[in-house]
Design a binder for this molecule. Structure first.
Ligand code: ADP
Ligand code: MG
Length: 244
């Protein structure tokens, strides 16, 4: 099996006449953490959505865990299962308990029986420090707890890669740390991760590779100590001067 879990080449995506992605190349290897930084509107979410099949590219190829998503014969349902995604907003099912949020897709999509799905769910709730909340409803949890449940839910599907789209940017500042701690722990355990984030400290400490995107292109990429610590491109320097 290839060590290349995500491979994007020459990706273009337009909405009507607005060209949002203008030829993106990106690779994420097994166990690697790649962080994407860049100003609002630069196409970061659209890129993640193309990797997760929520948007269809206009041209270019996207390969995830051996599935070429851009091949018309690709089994998209099987491919989608190998990608876990956590968004900015909390997207738990409000009418289901935390435990049911974690078991429903395991049962419907993976065909696990109730006992097995619950075992996996409890394992992942324990991992994110929320085993005691299994019986709670999402509305009874803080935003940070809901986001950790969303991470546990994605993990319960045994994804080959986890995508995060600014998972902490809707949180009150005091709740951000708990979510970043869980993400850091996942990275330490060897999870393959593609993370859009404004948390420069996290990117600096956890990422293997940082990509700076602006205007639909990757302006600069490399290890964090280079891209964040000593950026070569003026656009990267200007962005970092605003956010650091
Ligand atoms: P980022 O995540 O970096 O802030 P996005 O990928 O969300 O950027 O958006 C990039 C550009 O694409 C923005 O100009 C946004 O308005 C536009 N855009 C995103 N999604 C859509 C859509 N579904 N329809 C039309 N325009 C969109
Ligand atoms: Mg975005």
């Amino acid at each position: 099996m290839s060590d290349l879990i995500v491979e994007v080449s020459g990706l273009h995506k337009s909405f009507g006449r607005l060209e949002v992605l203008k030829g993106i190349d990106l690779e994420v290897r097994r166990g690697e953490v790649v962080c994407i930084i860049g100003p609002s509107g630069s196409g970061k979410s659209t890129l993640l959505r193309c990797v997760n099949l929520l948007e269809e590219p206009n041209s270019g190829t996207v390969v995830v865990n051996g599935f070429e998503l851009t091949d018309p014969d690709c089994d998209l349902d099987r491919a989608r299962r190998t990608v876990g995604m956590v968004f900015q907003g909390f997207n738990l099912f409000g009418h289901l308990s935390v435990l049911d949020n974690l078991t429903i897709a395991q049962r419907k999509v993976l065909g696990r029986d109730k006992a097995e799905a619950e075992r996996v769910a409890m394992e992942n709730l324990t991992k994110v420090g929320l085993a005691e909340k299994a019986g709670s409803m999402p509305a009874q949890l803080s935003g940070g707890q809901q986001q950790r449940v969303a991470i546990a839910r994605a993990l319960s599907m045994d994804p080959a890669v986890m995508l995060f789209d600014e998972p902490t940017s809707a949180l009150d500042p005091e709740l951000v740390g708990d979510v970043l701690r869980v993400m850091r722990q996942l990275a330490d355990e060897g999870m393959t991760m593609l993370v859009v984030t404004h948390e420069m400290q996290f990117a600096r400490e956890v990422a293997d590779t940082v990509l700076f995107m602006d205007g639909g292109v990757v302006v600069e990429q490399g290890p964090p100590q280079q891209v964040i610590g000593d950026p070569r491109e003026e656009r990267t320097q200007k962005f970092l001067a605003r956010v650091l």
